[in-house]
Design a protein around this ligand. Structure first.
Ligand SMILES: CC(C)(COP(=O)(O)OP(=O)(O)OC[C@H]1O[C@@H](n2cnc3c(N)ncnc32)[C@H](O)[C@@H]1OP(=O)(O)O)[C@@H](O)C(=O)NCCC(=O)NCCS
Length: 146
């Protein structure tokens, strides 16, 4: 399998949308068409802090990593939050998510990001993969919907 990790492109809309729907089903979330459109537009906006890298296997878009670059008070260079990671069900277990994260690490080192971080459910089996990169820390998340 030839696997390429690259920035999302305009022509990826249909494939991205299918993956996005699968991702939202995985989380049982009902994201409106309006939010989906807004998210897609920001991914394609060079001035936005939200970015998307896609995994392309033999010419087909089969996964994505969506990130938010933000500032921090303890650093002078951008911090990268990996918000969404998804691989099409039929393509899992072939190292595609690993390659997506490796690509972010490489991009961040080259672009001078200070940190890459992400959250996951305590029981997400993908933690086996995440532990390859770094140990989980001891912090817990507090979240209020406003
Ligand atoms: C999590 C996810 C992105 C992993 O994608 P993937 O391409 O299958 O992952 P990889 O093949 O790169 O996994 C590499 C390693 O991670 C572990 N792993 C990843 N996902 C796993 C899963 N669902 N169950 C068990 N182990 C898993 C395996 O140990 C694997 O190691 P191996 O290659 O030595 O067998 C994919 O399962 C997915 O989209 N899941 C639904 C959405 C989700 O959970 N996203 C992450 C939210 S934080």
């Amino acid at each position: 399998m030839e696997l390429v990790i690259r920035e999302v492109a305009e022509g990826d809309w249909a494939a991205w949308h299918t993956l996005w729907d699968g991702y939202n089903r995985f989380y049982g979330s009902d994201i409106s068409a309006e939010i989906t459109q807004h998210t897609w537009q920001r991914l394609r906006d060079p001035h936005s802090a939200v970015h998307c890298r896609v995994a392309v296997a033999d010419g087909c878009v089969v996964g994505f990593a969506m990130i938010v670059l933000h500032e921090g008070t303890w650093v002078t260079s951008p911090i990268c939050y990996l918000e969404d990671l998804f691989v099409a069900a039929e393509m899992r277990g072939q190292g595609i998510a690993r390659r997506l994260i490796q690509a972010l690490v490489a991009e961040g080192k080259s672009a001078g990001w200070s940190r890459l971080y992400w959250h996951t459910a305590q029981n997400n089996p993908a933690r086996n993969l995440y532990d390859e990169f770094t140990p989980a820390d001891e912090y817990v998340r507090y979240r209020m919907n406003l």
